[in-house]
Design a protein around this ligand. Sequence first.
Ligand code: GDP
Ligand code: ZN
Length: 314
Amino acid sequence: MAEGRIQKALSGFYYVDTGAEVLTCRARGKFRKEGLSPLVGDRVTVRELGNGEGFVESILPRKNAFERPAVANIDQLVVIGSAAIPKTDPFLIDRIAAIAALKGCEVVVLLNKCDLDPAEELYRIYTAAGFPTLRISAETGEGLEKLIPLITGKLSAFTGNSGVGKSSLVNALAGENIMETSAIREDDDRGRHTTTHRQLLLLPNGAMVIDTPGMRALGMWDVSTGLGETFTDVEALLGQCRFRDCRHESEPGCAIQAAIENGTLSRERWENYQSLKREAKYSEDQSAYLREKQKRYKNIAKWSRQRKFEDGKR
Ligand code: GDP
Ligand code: ZN
């Protein structure tokens, strides 16, 4: 029995890196029966069959798991932003930080394209918020030496808005060896090149990066809770207003407004907190609405089957 990590999942095969070799494995049927499916990033035990093949026997306890993309055991979300085009909305970074808190991951904020714009404001906001924040350039290599110790030996998911430089950064970190990624490009039915599955890229320094299609989908994670953990500073202030029903607008003794005025809380951070709260509420309302709608559809379907049945009798 060997132990390893699932590096890649493709067409029912799992590629398990045991440290000594990469075994091509099938998963045991019992997983499907249990409604469990091995994920990229999973630590697993493998029964070896020889010829570099094996069976995934068990999945070791997960630190966390994500649905979109389907990956497990992510240590940190590396959010890439930029003050050059395309400019990153701090809201996106807060959103990802909220997801990270929810899933028990660390957050690293990278401000890329600093050769074009030093991203002073984003740098100030996220340093003050307590996240490791680096200004880098995937183009010139500036700042990458500070990034390497932050990602070495960890499984990181790089995320950020489209065009911000995620692929460039991974390539810059990997040097030339990354072109292993070209192996995961496949033609789709229209003949375009698409990345159709996920895999872990092992960078030369021992850092692991999850490669999702375009590494973009990561921004789509659901954020409903986890806000409190990302905004401990804001939540601590909320309890300190003079009035319990304070709307934090112009009420006397408002701790939020006081903190904004004396500069301990940035207005932007407060606004992001409010937007995320609204978004969380919206997504809750939305799922309640969808559940309601589904129920109604089911009734309509039942009703129309009933009617067809009765029409048939006539
Ligand atoms: P992704 O969509 O986040 O993967 O972004 P890409 O890596 O595809 O980069 C988008 C564009 O920005 C490309 O034209 C890159 O060459 C450019 N780019 C990426 N990083 C930098 C950087 O640090 N400085 C500059 N000047 N351009 C960059
Ligand atoms: Zn208040």
